[in-house]
Design a protein around this ligand. Structure first.
Ligand code: 5GP
Ligand code: ZN
Length: 113
């Protein structure tokens, strides 16, 4: 999608502090971190949110979750505990309409659920 911020980051058109990249997924630091570690994990393929995910996206979604687990270990927040969360649609407060998992940790996180 041409006018999508995260598609532009995935394409390298807008810089980001990348922590992982392959042909299907990208992880980069959130520009306004809500915790000492705050990474966004996105598919390079445009999906507006998890509400658009289809059965054929199962492997991609699984890969993103396993990457969250791996990055939590690599970034030193796995032992202390971490959160993986995705917003979808207006009631969630989603600001960027390209699917992303937030990986948060490094301190005691406030309750949201
Ligand atoms: P949402 O509210 O859609 O779940 O989360 C969007 C996230 O993207 C926010 O945490 C926000 O700080 C982050 N963000 C917005 N614009 C940029 C940007 O240009 N670069 C990076 N790295 N993060 C961004
Ligand atoms: Zn996009």
């Amino acid at each position: 999608m041409t006018d999508c911020l995260f598609c532009k980051i995935a394409a390298g058109e807008i810089p980001a502090a990348k922590v992982y990249e392959d042909d299907e997924v990208l992880a980069f630091k959130d520009i306004a971190p809500k915790a000492p570690v705050h990474v966004l994990i996105i598919p390079k393929k445009h999906l507006a949110s998890i509400a658009e995910a289809a059965p054929e996206d199962a492997a991609l979604l699984g890969k993103m979750q396993l990457l969250a687990r791996k990055l939590a270990e690599d970034l030193g927040i796995a032992a202390g505990g971490f959160r993986v969360v995705t917003n979808s649609g207006p009631n969630s407060g989603q600001e960027v309409a390209h699917l992303h998992y937030h990986l948060l940790g490094g301190e005691q996180l406030g309750d949201i659920v």
